[in-house]
Ligand binder design. Sequence first.
Ligand code: SAM
Ligand code: DTB
Ligand code: SF4
Length: 348
Amino acid sequence: MDGAPEAESHHSNGPFPLTELASGDPRTDWTLEEVRTLYNAPFADLLHAAQTVHRLHFNPNQVQISTLLSVKTGGCPEDCAYCPQSTRFDTDVENEPLMQLEEVLASARAAREQGATRFCMGAAWRSPKPKQMDLIVEMVKGVSELGMETCATLGMLQPEQAQQLKDAGLDYYNHNLDTSENYYRQIITTRTYKHRLDTLHFVRNAGLKVCCGGIVGMGESEVDRVELLHTLATLPEHPGSVPINQLVQVEGTPLNGTDSFDPIDFVRTIAVARILMPASHVRLSAGREEMSDETQALCFLAGANSIFYGEKLLTTSNPAADADQALMARLGIEPEPGAACQPDWTSG
Ligand code: SAM
Ligand code: DTB
Ligand code: SF4
């Protein structure tokens, strides 16, 4: 034997061997201790486990491409401390009316041409009103007809609203837990963690697929990140998509000026999400513009397999499309083919 320390590469600093935790079987009975063990594992062991799990369920060289459109920007009554769209903070975001159907469809067509297979419509609402729902229903129908997967994020829903969206053909509903239950009260006071879990319950019951994740880099502790990951992975079903956002700091919001977040901790968060929710798409979401190419590459290695593509998120910027194409080409990553479209971003 010339030296590779086989056994040692599988050690971890907790009570559970990593190989057992990273079997790749979707489980919803994770314990906090197990999640903590994963989060604190030696980095090489954690990444190896995450990549191994990733390959059991996905092609490691494909990422799913989503595009975001803010169909209703600004003027939100909620007080989410990270958000530039709240009326409570003095930011540069203007309060705009709900977009017209044709504008939304034009934007979806353009996104499809760029290779996006999922189109996510966001609205700065606490919860949608009936008239607003009628317009959103038209948007969902129109985007579905383009052959794209649809996603909406409109705030809290009642059960009948979730059903209305399901009937319109919506595929995913995005509603994030944002952080741990404990830290949540430092971030948002206008609605509770229970409200969020209730909306997720209504969405699931209506038969919609759930897109649910959180934000890191808001000054939370490692315990908060472990608890967030634990809560996500012990929902009655794993969310089909798990967006992991890094706080985008915006001038005028209370969280502007928060200490910058350690990229290694970001990668750990992605890796643990991958291992806990092995068959879900884990999205490397907001915050990519502030990340190096190398950090993003590590995120893909850790099992991230979805991104938002296009120069804007909702109100803040995202990497330019050509920068993303260049990065993906360097990494040999291709867009995951969608239900009805076969994107080719290597040709343009
Ligand atoms: N108003 C709806 C709601 O809050 O559910 C939908 C839109 S809201 C902007 C969607 C999600 O975007 C939030 O839950 C949060 O996770 C994320 N988000 C908002 N501002 C962010 C920021 N500055 N940095 C990172 N993520 C952010
Ligand atoms: C999610 O988890 N991240 C997206 C999407 N879901 C709606 C939103 C990111 C917003 C970043 C701040 C902004 O652009 O306003
Ligand atoms: Fe409003 Fe959503 Fe922003 Fe909170 S995150 S302030 S609910 S738009």
